[in-house]
Ligand binder design. Structure first.
Ligand SMILES: Cc1ncc(COP(=O)(O)O)c(C=O)c1O
Length: 471
């Protein structure tokens, strides 16, 4: 279905797009970035030039020039009398070499596979005959895996039975299922901002109206805003990442967790804790912020701890919620692949070893990236993080989008801060994952320094590139 975006919404989505180069090009670049991030989906009707000019306080000629530039790069098509629509990102721009051997892709914050994984695949393959004797089609998941997941929660001090676990093909699928089953159209859903963008997209797609609570690398969760948001909007769900929040890397303090749990309880809100990144501790595992909070629905995954390609995740919830999820599931999918589940059972038995390897890998990346960014860009705020996958870096000007465009033109792919926003903003931030090899991270810091001088002086000279998932 084709959609349209109003001038006001487009102005809000554009955020801080201006640099000091030609205004029409900066505007065109910012719209290209929205297309790239999928915040402007293909076939979206753009506002009329006159309306956008009014919303942005620009002349109509400037907007007309920006649209002309977008037509030239085939980002939009304009038809006389019926306005301009965005086009699918089917081609590559000249000047950017997407397949270039030395490109660095930091759009995804995903560590490489745990080195022992191929061996576990081989072990499981050796008993494939027993595996294929199973029925398949199982919407709750293999009993052995649900037991293994429940055991891991018990080891963390959370009494859990296998009946309280449902296995999914990754955490994203878990989020989508929860959004579909636990929210009705127009329900409020509370999220952190910045947040994990595909969760926000899933709740939006389910018809939820999103309410956001700021979290910062320095001050953590904004408890005043959280309390107001719970009390005023009475959200049905709150989707939070209490441990190594993606992208800020923050972990809730006991005071924060208690205040949020109390506000949620008063508002009758179900808390969902996404713990996909929770096991990625670098400086020792933190205490579970919601350990003492009853009824929290938890999402887990092996995507970051073992490998994104494994596609095994789960939901821990009260048994009656699991039953509702299982009943609603067939419209989404008919289960999780048996082979991957059998691999997951073996992996859960080796988590101590796996988590130690992850911690060492992430420590090397975090330390190298932190040092390189601080040396190359001393005016930026590079936070201290104790775990997770990324640094949520504070820029000294709201130019995240032009910076990302300039870096793309130099073979470094990142997502602009606004991609992680719930309702606009974050143009002064950039998520830089430290999951890549140290050499790449050091090179990325050098490219960022060069790109920053371009972005700060011209508003960006890059063009768009390809659309990637932001994990
Ligand atoms: C917070 C968070 N939740 C969920 C996911 C998706 O995980 P999975 O690969 O298990 O679907 C990610 C991946 O980046 C994530 O960062």
């Amino acid at each position: 279905m084709d959609s349209r975006i109003s001038a006001r919404s487009l102005a809000a989505a554009l955020g801080g797009w201006r640099g000091s180069g030609p205004v029409y090009e900066a505007l065109a670049d910012a719209i290209r970035l929205l297309c790239l991030d999928n915040r402007l989906v293909p076939h979206t009707a753009l506002p009329a030039e006159r309306e956008l000019a009014a919303a942005l306080g620009l002349s109509r000629t400037t907007v007309a020039a920006a649209y002309a530039s977008l037509r030239d790069t085939a980002h939009i098509r304009s038809i006389r009398g019926s306005g301009s629509v965005t086009l699918p990102l089917a081609r590559r721009d000249p000047g950017i070499r997407p397949g270039q051997a030395d490109a660095i892709d930091l759009q995804q914050a995903s560590p490489p596979a745990w080195p022992g994984l191929a061996g576990v695949f081989a072990e499981v393959a050796a008993r494939a005959t027993t595996l294929v004797a199973r029925a398949g089609y199982d919407v709750v998941g293999q009993r052995e895996l649900r037991e293994a997941v429940a055991r891991r929660y018990r080891e963390r001090g959370l009494p859990t039975r296998a009946e309280e676990v449902l296995v999914t093909p990754g955490a994203q699928s878990a989020i989508h299922l929860l959004a579909a089953v636990l929210t009705a159209r127009a329900d409020r859903v509370l999220l952190e901002t910045p947040t994990y963008p595909h969760a926000a997209d899933a709740f939006r797609r389910a018809g939820g109206r999103l309410v956001s609570v700021p979290v910062t690398t320095r001050d953590g969760w904004d408890l005043d805003r959280a309390e107001q948001a719970f009390a005023r909007t009475l959200p049905t769900l709150a989707y939070l990442m209490p441990t190594f929040q993606n992208p800020t890397g923050r972990t809730m303090t006991p005071v924060e967790a208690e205040a949020i749990a109390r506000a949620a309880d008063r508002a009758g809100t179900i808390l969902i804790a996404d713990e996909t990144t929770a096991e990625l501790a670098i400086d020792g595992p933190p205490a579970d912020p919601f350990a003492a909070v009853p009824g929290v629905i938890r999402i887990g995954s092996l995507g970051k701890t073992v490998w994104g390609g494994l596609r095994v995740g789960w939901i821990r919830a009260p048994e009656e919620t699991i039953a509702r999820l299982a009943a609603a599931r067939p419209v989404h999918d008919l289960g999780t692949p048996e082979f991957e589940q059998a691999v997951a059972v073996e992996l859960l038995a080796r988590m101590t070893e796996i988590v130690a390897q992850r911690s060492a890998h992430l420590r090397a990346g975090r330390d190298a990236l932190t040092a390189a960014l601080r040396a190359a860009l001393p005016a930026w705020r590079v936070p201290e993080v104790a775990g997770g996958v990324s640094l949520w870096v504070g820029l000294d000007a709201p130019l995240s989008a032009p910076l990302v465009m300039a870096a793309r033109a130099r073979g470094l792919y990142l997502s602009a801060g606004a991609r992680f926003a719930v309702e606009g903003g974050h143009d002064r931030h950039l998520r830089v994952p430290f999951t890549a090899p140290v050499d790449d991270l050091e090179r990325a810091a050098a490219i960022l320094a060069e790109s920053w001088s371009v972005a700060a002086s011209t508003g960006g000279d890059g063009r768009f590139e390809r659309l990637e998932a932001v994990v």
